[in-house]
Write a protein that binds this ligand. Structure first.
Ligand SMILES: NC(=O)c1ccc[n+]([C@@H]2O[C@H](COP(=O)([O-])OP(=O)(O)OC[C@H]3O[C@@H](n4cnc5c(N)ncnc54)[C@H](OP(=O)(O)O)[C@@H]3O)[C@@H](O)[C@H]2O)c1
Length: 329
């Protein structure tokens, strides 16, 4: 099969190889998916670059990318034959495994290949596993959100874009933040009720103003360390921060007593190992939302498998107005 892989970590252009590999056979409980699209996310490029464990020690090569979409072509023992021919989106293909979705075929446990509604094309299916599921977990990590006010920081980002939409879809009022005028407009287009620049020094005042001095119930946080001071100023008593990243300040100092006096809860979220029940909840909601066309999707760039290095570089560059997808012909 045609595939891309790396045998050592390093710069995309130096280490990514495109060529032929043996087509994998599905084991017990697995399905083999003929992939048509592979999603690229920051964690995929961090693994390739060597910033996060990639699993190179397992076999000496890694086919990157956790997200993808395609059609089930073969099933292993214990999997219903009726799944053959099913259109699916896949998640966690390269989490603690070395064969991801940057290939014509992937074999993976059948529960990580989820039926994709006919309305959603494969490029959308390739953006579900990390961006849409992370956003879902962050929004619902603390239960029902109807009538709540939720602050989504980085509302213009891949995850933020979907966090805004989940929150609106389930009845919350949403305040977003973004980095410039264009990115603020993107967050508004996603449905945020108010959007402010996170670069403004009076951000907390602006948030308190639009909430009539009450503040927000929950925060979906992309830069935990950078924003903890503002978060403490705008969170209501017993508010929750669900954070999926703190890349600019990975070891932040916490204003403990300010947080304690306000009963603030911090929930960290890693999409790969979020509770199974939360995954099932997300999968159900994703099915309904896709079937009813309730989510807006943004594919910022598409690449061929031959140009997978370009796709990795685009993610590293940042500032993409949406997901980056590698098409597998
Ligand atoms: N824990 C998990 O399971 C999980 C899942 C997915 C992603 N992640 C991580 O989350 C991060 C974002 O991923 P992504 O794919 O959504 O990336 P992305 O599309 O590049 O989005 C990053 C967003 O962060 C915003 N931002 C930067 N500094 C900010 C600040 N100080 N305050 C508020 N917003 C700020 C950016 O806003 P502007 O561009 O408007 O300036 C941008 O919208 C990455 O580090 C990724 O590895 C973690």
């Amino acid at each position: 099969m045609k595939a891309a892989w790396f045998e050592r970590s390093g710069k995309a252009g130096d280490v990514l190889i495109v060529g032929d590999r043996k087509k994998p056979d599905p084991g017990q409980g697995e399905v083999r998916v003929r992939l048509y699209a592979s999603g690229v996310n920051p964690s995929d490029v961090k693994k390739r670059a060597g910033f996060q464990p990639a699993g190179l020690d397992l076999t000496g090569f890694v086919i990157p990318h956790s997200d993808g979409a395609g059609v089930i072509e073969e099933v292993g023992a214990g999997v219903a034959q009726s799944r053959i021919g099913e259109r699916v989106w896949v998640y966690q293909a390269q989490y603690q495994r070395h064969q991801g979705t940057a290939a014509e075929y992937v074999c993976l446990p059948q529960q990580t290949a989820v039926r994709l509604p006919d309305q959603a094309d494969f490029s959308i299916g390739a953006c579900i596993g990390i961006p849409i599921m992370t956003a879902h977990r962050c929004v619902f990590a603390d239960g029902d959100i109807k009538g709540k006010t939720i602050l989504v920081t980085g509302a213009s980002g891949r995850v933020g874009h979907y966090a805004v939409q989940w929150a609106k879809l389930f009845g919350a009022r949403v305040i977003g933040t973004a980095g410039n005028k264009h990115r603020c407009q993107l967050a508004k287009d996603s449905g945020a009720d108010h959007v402010f620049s996170y670069k403004e020094t009076d951000l907390a005042d602006q948030i308190m103003q639009v909430t009539d001095g009450e503040g927000v119930d929950r925060i979906v946080e992309v830069e935990f360390g950078d924003n903890i001071e503002t978060s403490c100023q705008v969170l209501k008593t017993s508010g929750t921060i669900a954070s999926y990243s703190s890349s600019r300040d990975p070891e932040p100092v916490l204003p403990f007593y300010q947080m304690m006096f306000n009963n603030i809860t911090v929930k960290t979220v890693l999409v790969y190992n979020m509770p199974e029940e939360a995954k099932r909840h997300a999968i159900q909601d994703i099915w309904r939302a896709l079937e009813n066309g309730q989510l807006i999707h943004r594919i910022a760039r598409r690449y061929s498998l031959n140009d997978i290095a370009g796709a990795h570089e685009a993610i590293e560059e940042g500032g993409m107005d949406g997901c980056v997808v590698v098409d597998i012909e």
